[in-house]
Design a protein around this ligand. Structure first.
Ligand code: COS
Length: 385
């Protein structure tokens, strides 16, 4: 549902204020403790952030993709660990059910995800299947009214906090590729499911990932997403298309934050008797960052509008993910350069963002996977014209 202009402005202003007044002051604490404080999580629930993308009929805010990317852009202005608290409920954890779930699955799970009562994780990646997601090995063997899952999922965001997992597993052992894969909703408490200790990472402290292991884990057949076998890979790809726009919006939000930090520093920091912002080599870096952030934001908003208009945006989503996440990497690198020695020190937020944004070029499909998706679609379009 697209918001009217007034409601959208109010929502964006509320979020902008919340980010600046409540989240930014607690960034260092989150990084230090490797945890988002409970009072913040409660506030996020109360604000409805867990249900941004879940339809109103199931208790969410039901934002259109155009509105979602604007909201996410605002949320990008602070440590990505904050977004991660509800990010999987808004994105990859819930969207499989929203897009392809049966009515019963939607009615049962979406209100709990929208309220933040439970966290949903997306379990696709495996030790031997990262970029080549269609080669996943986790198996789901039908046994009467159940499926028996066996296998290991790796680097699963929010796994330590998840109440349910959207799990991609192979139901057809004779089909080694994407067509043999189905998607399931698996409850955390199911016997045979265990979650490993949370991984130690380069950045994004406060956002947690872990292995999820299935050992003869019995799942009711009614938890097969959409009730049809063999559609799980496509469900995952559709979820990731939307997720890639969301990632692009996060990247542009972080870029804006870094640019603001840089401008402020360039005005205050004096060298050779004047603020460093008066030097043209610093100005060039500021101008390049502003130009690229503007380009990124514009493309994400354009792709969001096209999505809402029902266009196929597979290529555009990949373009947004590729450009915006690479772009914020360059912006963060320039920020370290503008800050100089201070950019390398933990006392300032720049080095933390520099580490945090490195992940954006990897998860939800590496830059190289986005390039493959874009080029393949270009060549297919040419061949069919
Ligand atoms: N939407 C709907 N269907 C899609 C799709 C999309 N975006 N992308 C692919 N499909 C369909 C294809 O049309 C094909 O269907 P048919 O079998 O009916 O022809 C099927 O899915 C298989 O597609 P394809 O042949 O392109 O699969 P590949 O194994 O070649 O893999 C890539 C495609 C590399 C693009 C995919 O594996 C991928 O995105 N990998 C990255 C995974 C990822 O992002 N991991 C991050 C982990 S989640 S944080």
């Amino acid at each position: 549902m697209a918001l009217d202009k007034k409601t959208r402005t109010q929502l964006l202003e509320t979020i902008r204020r919340y980010v600046r007044e409540r989240l930014v002051p607690r960034e260092a604490e989150v990084a230090e403790n490797d945890a988002v404080p409970e009072d913040i999580i409660t506030e996020m629930r109360e604000m409805g952030l867990f249900g941004l993308s879940i339809p109103v009929a199931y208790g969410g805010l039901g934002l259109s993709v155009s509105d979602e990317v604007r909201v996410v852009h605002e949320l990008g202005w602070t440590s990505p660990a904050f977004r991660s608290v509800f990010g999987t409920n808004v994105g990859i954890g819930s969207q499989g059910i929203v897009i392809d779930g049966t009515d019963e699955q939607k009615t049962h799970w979406l209100p709990k995800l929208a309220s933040g009562d439970i966290i949903a994780s997306f379990a696709l990646t495996e030790p031997e299947a990262g970029s080549d997601a269609g080669a996943l090995r986790t198996s789901a063997r039908r046994d009467g009214g159940e499926y028996v899952l066996n296998g290991t999922k790796r680097y699963i965001t929010n796994a330590p906090h998840a109440g349910i997992f959207t799990v991609m597993a192979r139901t057809n052992p004779d089909e080694p590729g994407a067509r043999g894969v189905s998607a399931f909703i698996v409850e955390r408490k199911t016997p045979g499911l265990s979650v490993g200790p949370h991984d130690k990472k380069m950045g994004q402290q406060g956002a947690h990932t872990a292995d999820v292991v299935f050992d003869d884990c019995r799942v009711p057949a009614s938890n097969l997403i959409g009730g049809v076998e063999g559609r799980g890979f496509k469900t995952a790809m559709k979820v990731l298309d939307r997720g890639r726009l969301h990632m692009g919006a996060i990247a542009t939000g972080i870029a804006e934050r870094l640019i603001e930090e840089c401008v402020q520093y360039a005005c205050e920091r004096q060298q050779f008797g004047k603020p460093i912002g008066e030097f043209q080599l610093i100005q060039a870096m500021l101008a390049d960052s502003r130009t690229e952030a503007y380009a990124g934001r514009t493309m994400v908003e354009d792709a969001g509008r096209r999505f809402d208009a029902g266009e196929n945006i597979v290529t555009e989503a990949a373009c947004c993910k590729l450009y915006c996440t690479e772009m914020v990497g360059r912006v963060a690198d320039r920020a370290v350069q503008i800050f100089g020695g201070a950019g390398y020190m933990a006392e300032y937020p720049i080095e933390r963002f520099y580490r945090d944004v490195r992940l954006l070029r990897i998860y939800e499909g590496t830059s190289q996977i986005q390039q493959i998706v874009i080029a393949r679609n270009m060549l297919r379009a040419a061949a069919s014209s």
